[in-house]
Ligand binder design. Structure first.
Ligand SMILES: CC(C)(COP(=O)(O)OP(=O)(O)OC[C@H]1O[C@@H](n2cnc3c(N)ncnc32)[C@H](O)[C@@H]1OP(=O)(O)O)[C@@H](O)C(=O)NCCC(=O)NCCS
Length: 191
């Protein structure tokens, strides 16, 4: 199992974005091993590096309705994941989280994934995204402000609570892709 970061080409790389499948569990494990401790800490609030198989399975197995995750793929590897999970706090609220592998950060991967995830969520009845982010995580704060101008950030010391009222879909639906063995049928190539 490689632990080297995947090196993206110097030009903006083409990535395929698609919904996660249970088969992605080991790819998520590889992704987390390639990430820096800072990146995984910012995502999970703990220095997770070798998650248990059950954790990976839980992350990879979603129902594509109350829980959704989009993966950005390059050469068969998952290089980023954006997800929402209905929290149960309210019928129309879901919590979001995103992780982009270090070598792919600042390449607009997050800027691409979040609107796609948002359109799926709105279609399924989500009206508000929430997130908890570390107070010193300026990268995600900037990303959220860029993608969601209506974001509301409540300072709670160590972490910030983020609330994002969602508008109408931007028509960013993922394009159909060939179905194989029950795999979700949406995909998008990002260049
Ligand atoms: C936060 C994160 C998802 C951003 O993803 P990304 O694909 O690198 O973001 P983008 O390239 O789309 O950047 C969009 C904007 O966000 C801001 N931004 C992104 N990374 C930044 C950084 N390290 N420092 C400051 N601003 C940053 C910039 O304004 C950027 O626009 P610009 O490049 O034109 O200046 C990524 O850094 C990451 O995975 N971090 C670790 C996990 C994490 O923090 N998750 C959030 C909690 S769930």
């Amino acid at each position: 199992m490689t632990t080297d970061p995947l090196t993206p080409p110097s030009s903006v790389p083409p990535l395929t974005v698609r919904p996660i499948t249970p088969d992605d569990a080991p790819r998520l494990g590889d992704l987390l091993q390639r990430c820096s401790p800072e990146t995984t800490y910012n995502r999970f609030f703990t220095a997770i590096r070798r998650p248990r198989p059950a954790t990976l399975q839980w992350l990879a197995e979603v129902d594509h309705f109350r829980r959704e995750a989009l993966v950005a793929m390059c050469d068969g590897a998952v290089v980023a994941v954006a997800r929402y999970d209905w929290t149960g706090a309210a019928d129309d609220q879901a919590e979001i989280a995103i992780l982009v592998e270090d070598a792919w950060q600042r390449r607009r991967v997050g800027t691409t994934l979040l609107p796609l995830l948002t359109d799926l969520a709105i279609d399924r009845g989500v009206r508000v995204f929430t997130a908890t982010v570390l107070a010193n995580n300026t990268a995600v704060a900037q990303l959220l402000r860029r993608v969601f101008p209506s974001v509301i950030v409540r300072n709670e010391g160590y972490a910030h609570t983020v609330t994002i009222p969602l508008g109408t879909p931007q028509g960013l639906a993922l394009a159909p892709m060939p179905r194989s063995g029950g795999v979700p049928t949406l995909a998008k190539t990002v260049t």
